[in-house]
Structure formats: C-alpha cells, structure tokens
Design a protein around this ligand. Sequence first.
Ligand SMILES: *Cc1c(COP(=O)(O)O)cnc(C)c1O
Length: 219
Amino acid sequence: MSIKENIAEIKKELPGHVTLVAVSKTKPDNAILEAYEGGQRVFGENKVQEMVQKWVELPKDIEWHMIGHLQRNKVKYMAEFVSLVHGVDSFRLLKEIDKQAAKHNRVIDCLLQIHIAEEDTKFGLDENELQEIAISEEFKNLKNVRVVGLMGMATFTDDLAQIRKEFKQLKSIFEGLRNLLPNVSVLSMGMSGDYQIAIEEGSTMVRIGSSIFGARNYH
Ligand SMILES: *Cc1c(COP(=O)(O)O)cnc(C)c1O
C-alpha cells in the first residue's frame, strides 16, 4: 500500500479526539510530501538537525513535533518553528525551551515525558519529579512554555498485558496532573505496534512511523 493509503487506513481507525503524528524520521522529503498530499499536516522527528532541514525544505503549514530525546544545546535551532516538544524529561530542559522561545516571542507547547517502561534505557520523569515541577513557583513563572500534557513509551515487548498496564499507569498520572494543571489535555502514547491499546487506555495523540512509511533502514 502507498503512504497515502496507509494514512487513510489508520485515520479510519482513529477516534475523532485522537491526533495522528506521522513519524517521518529518516524518511526523505518526497515521502513526507506524499503524506502531505494525502492531507497529513503533523509530522514527528527525533533529531533536531534533520527536522530543521525538513522545515526549511517543506511546506510551511506543516506542524513539526520533536518526539525524540532532546539535548539542551539543540533547543535553539528549533525554537523558531517547533509546534510541540514531546520528550521534555527535566526541568532544566523545560527552562531552556522557555528561554529560547522568548527570543522568538513564542510560547512553545510541551509534553513532559514520564518513564513508564521497564527498560532503564527510556527517558522520562517519575511521578514525584513530575509533581515537584508542577507545584513549583519557578514553573508557574515560565512565560514562554505551556505544558499541555504528558508523553510516554511502553516497554518494547510482545506482552500486551504489560503494555496495557503501563499505558493505564500513564493515564492515571495524567489524570492526577489535570487536578494540578487544569489546562493539560494531551496524552501522547501509542506507536505503530501498540496504538490501538493506547487509544483504549485514553491516548489523545499517537506517534506512528513504520505503519505509514514502512520500515526504517537503520538499527
Ligand atoms: C520512532 C518513534 C515512534 C514511531 O515508531 P513506529 O514504531 O515506527 O511507529 C514513536 N515515538 C517515538 C518517541 C519514536 O522515537
């Protein structure tokens, strides 16, 4: 099936309140343009340099989401245009995004990443660290970032019960955060292999790469 057909198939399955982020990392401009011609406007990348290059080359009404692990010294390169940063896993990083957004007179939407997987290799805050940030005065004073929700990645496993358990845990942390920050509305969870489960467990945003664009050529 073509990229356009893949997107149409996935969109048919998604409830209206779930946003599709087409994860285009490693994929060339022409693949992204095919998705664009199929109506897709939201794309996710995990490397700043690659996202900047694509932003320069591709139509300006694309919304670029940074979904990968982000180093503080790279924030400045994307602050002008990034529309949502999914992987904010420290207060220091959030403050850097605030600082760089201010230079462009922007308010950048961010998701705090929560560690829900069993693997230590995945980044993210735990529930206590999240609480600490959300209740701090310093956080409330940040003018150029807006925390709009949470993001998480489940363990890479065939054990669907384990994946479901981790998504349930993230949803519960999300509901807890909503009591502190009523504006929080985005729950980014679910990828090609697990997005149906994620939606059943309350996802409002899925990040899908290989089911749209085919397998990536690295690893
Ligand atoms: C690559 C990536 C995805 C998409 O993965 P697929 O399995 O190809 O759908 C989603 N989220 C993050 C954070 C990623 O790095």
